[in-house]
Design a protein around this ligand. Structure first.
Ligand code: 5GP
Length: 175
């Protein structure tokens, strides 16, 4: 059976919530300089939309992690496959994730950044699956809490498909 898509968050709902998140982060950072870090690949669309709504001094960086390979289940092992180029020491870091599932990736990244002695770390995720939590991680701002289903769209993929969808959909009938 081929996978079936069922819309869970519309384009309109995404834009409304991301605007609110941008306002919250503007309030927090308006007099600061921020190093915004996009956790590739899944957060590239969210990151692009969010940073344009945050009014402050900002540098952008990109890093890449992998824990899923081509599957819909985490391998449980986080690898940083591409690191950022800038120094983090003494800076306000804004870590931007697409989705927090088990918490393994975010917890790993937080530890990795803490060692680099930033002034602060703020973690933001578009989606959060509280029921899937395996490890603790600090989450400062969540776009939407969702059930423990596999979702795609708005940057999130399944086997590198569906990233271009402008909405978030549940992927059903996965093998
Ligand atoms: P965690 O380490 O919290 O288990 O998972 C974080 C990463 O797993 C995310 O950055 C994302 O790449 C991937 N992931 C977790 N849940 C989903 C999901 O429902 N759909 C997709 N496409 N990726 C997911």
């Amino acid at each position: 059976m081929s996978p079936n898509l069922s819309k869970v968050i519309s384009e309109k709902e995404l834009h409304k919530r991301i605007k609110e998140m941008g306002e919250t982060l503007t309030d927090k950072f308006k007099n600061s300089s921020v190093l915004a870090v996009c956790v590739l690949k899944g957060s590239f669309i969210f990151f692009a939309d969010l940073i344009r709504l945050i009014e402050c001094d900002m540098n952008c960086e990109f890093l890449s992690t992998s824990s899923y390979g081509n599957n819909s289940h985490s391998s449980g092992e986080v690898k940083v496959t591409m690191d950022i180029n800038s120094s983090v020491q003494g800076r306000h870091v804004l870590l931007v994730e697409d989705i927090i599932d088990t918490g393994l990736t975010m917890s790993y990244l937080q530890k990795m950044f803490e060692i680099r002695k930033p002034k602060s770390i703020t973690t933001v995720t578009l989606l959060h699956k509280p029921e899937a939590k395996k490890v603790e991680c600090k989450i400062d701002l969540v776009g939407f809490k969702i059930p423990n289903d596999f979702v795609v769209g708005y940057g999130l993929d399944y086997q590198n498909q569906y990233r271009h969808l402008p909405y978030i959909a549940r992927l059903e009938n996965l093998n």
